[in-house]
Unconditional design. Structure first.
Length: 186
């Protein structure tokens, strides 16, 4: 697995004009903030259409997400499909921005991790409070806790995947496409 720092990616962009920055976050997250020049190919699209991944180019591809976790998942999918020269930006957009690199901002959709924390916390709180009226509802809080533990152990998140389908995490401006990753003309 090829992991690159922000400095390495910036140097790569300067030395290789054909570098493709592919942001694998949800369209809503991408619209809220992204690296200038990057294209959005959501991770769910990659998962659903992995069989179609065939690069018609030899360009270096750098996968980006908020922290690097989803980009690593996308890298495994891309490499399994036979794509060469695929790297991950270590620390994602968060590290990029922390290093003082430019970020283009749009409308204010929360990052997926923040949305998950909000929904999980609200469900746990509601389950605990409601269990004072009907004791079996305490298991809602337990189920959410178990789901979060499973998420940490497997480095996956079913709640994030479900939240990615909500309207504010989708962008109607540009339909999702694999072209920025695979098309030689892009």
């Amino acid at each position: 697995m090829n992991i690159l720092t922000t400095a390495q990616v910036r140097a790569l962009i300067e030395s290789e004009p054909g570098v493709r920055l592919i942001d694998v976050r949800s369209p809503g997250e991408f619209a809220a903030a992204h690296i200038p020049g990057s294209a959005n190919v959501p991770l769910d699209l990659l998962r659903g259409r992995a069989a179609e991944l065939r690069a018609g180019h030899e360009d270096q591809v750098v996968l980006v997400c908020r922290s690097g976790v989803r980009a690593k998942d996308a890298q495994r999918i891309a490499e399994a499909a036979g794509l060469a020269r695929v790297s991950v930006l270590d620390g994602g957009v968060t590290a990029w921005e922390s290093a003082g690199a430019p970020v283009r901002r749009g409308r204010g959709t929360w990052a997926m991790e923040r949305q998950v924390r909000m929904v999980a916390g609200t469900l746990v709180l509601a389950g605990v409070v409601a269990s004072t009226a009907w004791e079996p509802l305490k298991w809602v809080a337990g189920a959410i806790g178990a789901g979060l533990a499973f998420s940490a152990l497997t480095d996956t998140c079913a709640m994030a995947r479900a939240l990615s389908f909500l309207p504010w995490n989708r962008s109607s401006a540009t339909p999702a496409s694999l072209a920025p990753l695979t098309d030689p003309r892009v």
